[in-house]
Design a binder for this molecule. Structure first.
Ligand SMILES: C[S@@+](CC[C@H](N)C(=O)[O-])C[C@H]1O[C@@H](n2cnc3c(N)ncnc32)[C@H](O)[C@@H]1O
Length: 226
């Protein structure tokens, strides 16, 4: 399936452009309370508060788990995953595997793989790193570089979501949880239907740090069907 989807041109970083791209966006970015707070609290991105809220509500992350963070750079979600898995000895209790097409500064106890998730070699390498371990939580905050052309952006986002679902079907435990960023638009409802084919419970969340003006939501999928 992946081969059919393969693309050659890698995307560049989406979120900064999304936040800073337009006229006056720079000022908005720096006035954003989540940006200020993330800087003050030592997190790498404002997105940290999306996962914090999701985890506080959904109780996704626990010590001893194996967690895969897709589209992890610059690493604020990975920072939270680490915080929530760390044991009393200050070491990660469990496994955290993060991947992104972009480089990411290291985080203690985290295995990072740099590569394009659309490439088969990257999926193979992730499987090799897992070494047969099944995954408790797959997080995907992957987002393509936004071109501004709605149909193209939706298709690129959908592809990443389809590949993330494919990864879950191979590696997620039966009681594992999949959380993925999605954009409500073309192909969205079909993707939700695809999730419902494989999971008993599928629902959306819109954390406070996710802008009201953005079509972004997070889909939570639980209880895999046999
Ligand atoms: C919104 S950012 C993730 C932010 C991250 N969750 C955090 O809290 O720091 C989306 C990420 O998806 C990554 N991405 C986009 N396309 C990708 C691809 N084909 N393979 C791997 N990563 C990709 C981007 O490089 C970017 O770092």
């Amino acid at each position: 399936m992946r081969e059919n989807f393969r693309r050659r041109k890698p995307p560049s970083r989406p979120d900064d452009k999304e936040l800073r791209g337009g006229k006056g966006e720079g000022a908005k970015f720096f006035a954003d309370p989540f940006v200020k707070r993330s800087k003050a609290e030592g997190y790498r991105a404002r997105s940290v508060y999306k996962l914090t809220e999701l985890d506080d509500r959904e109780h996704l992350l626990r010590r001893g788990m194996t967690v895969v963070d897709l589209g992890a750079a610059p690493g604020s979600w990975t920072q939270i995953v680490r915080e929530r898995l760390v044991g009393r000895d200050g070491k990660v209790d469990g496994r955290i595997i993060a991947m992104d097409i972009l480089p990411m500064d290291p985080i203690d106890g985290v295995t990072f793989l740099q590569g394009d998730f659309r490439e088969q070699e990257v999926a193979d390498k992730l499987a090799e790193i897992l070494g047969g371990d099944k995954v408790d939580v797959v997080l995907s905050d992957m987002a393509p570089n936004l071109s501004g052309i709605a149909a193209a952006d939706a298709a690129r986002s959908l592809l990443l979501n389809e590949l993330a679902l494919e990864f879950c079907l191979e590696h997620l435990k039966p009681n594992g949880v999949f959380v993925t960023k999605a954009f409500q638009g073309s192909g969205y409802s079909q993707y939700v239907e695809a999730l419902k084919k494989h999971f008993r419970r599928v629902y959306t969340r819109k954390p406070a740090a996710s802008r009201d003006t953005s079509a972004e939501v997070y889909l939570v999928a639980r209880e895999r069907k046999a």
